[in-house]
Design a protein around this ligand. Structure first.
Ligand code: SF4
Length: 135
């Protein structure tokens, strides 16, 4: 049996509560609050307690799905990204950059969220960027 805990911060909001993530034989478990964290002092809200659920969910999508009519068909990442890029550019060219909006996610890293807003502002040309943690 291989067991370890990894000290980290909850990814869901700017409070950054402290938690340990247990890993048993490569399987991620439920967060354990960090009692020594100066802000959260061993507490987590319901979002923090559920912070690892989406990672281990059997319903988690691990491959892109492309809609054709009413059907969703598995695609490669290259196929899905080419499709998204071409549709985004078509919409931007037809209706202008502010016809598009980008929603970042607390389930991504800060770096991924930074890249998305940078893409929106510099490549697409819109400031229509929001984040679920602001709600
Ligand atoms: S546990 Fe709740 S309050 Fe703390 S960082 Fe996560 S979402 Fe924010």
């Amino acid at each position: 049996m291989n067991y370890k805990t990894v000290l980290t911060v909850c990814p869901y909001c700017g409070c950054g509560c402290g938690m340990y993530l247990p890993v048993l034989d490569g399987q991620l478990g439920q967060p354990i609050p960090d009692k020594t964290h100066p802000l959260s002092e061993g507490r987590l809200c319901i979002k923090g307690w559920a912070a690892s659920e989406h990672v281990v969910s059997p319903d988690r999508l691990t491959q892109p799905l492309v809609r054709t009519g009413d059907d969703l068909k598995q695609a490669t990442w290259d196929e899905a990204l080419d499709l998204v890029a071409s549709r985004l550019m078509t919409l931007r060219d037809r209706h202008g950059p502010d016809s598009l909006a980008f929603l970042c996610s607390a389930k991504c890293t800060n770096e991924e969220n930074y890249l998305l807003q940078k893409f929106a502002r510099t490549t697409v040309g819109t400031n229509n960027v929001d984040h679920c943690a602001r709600l």
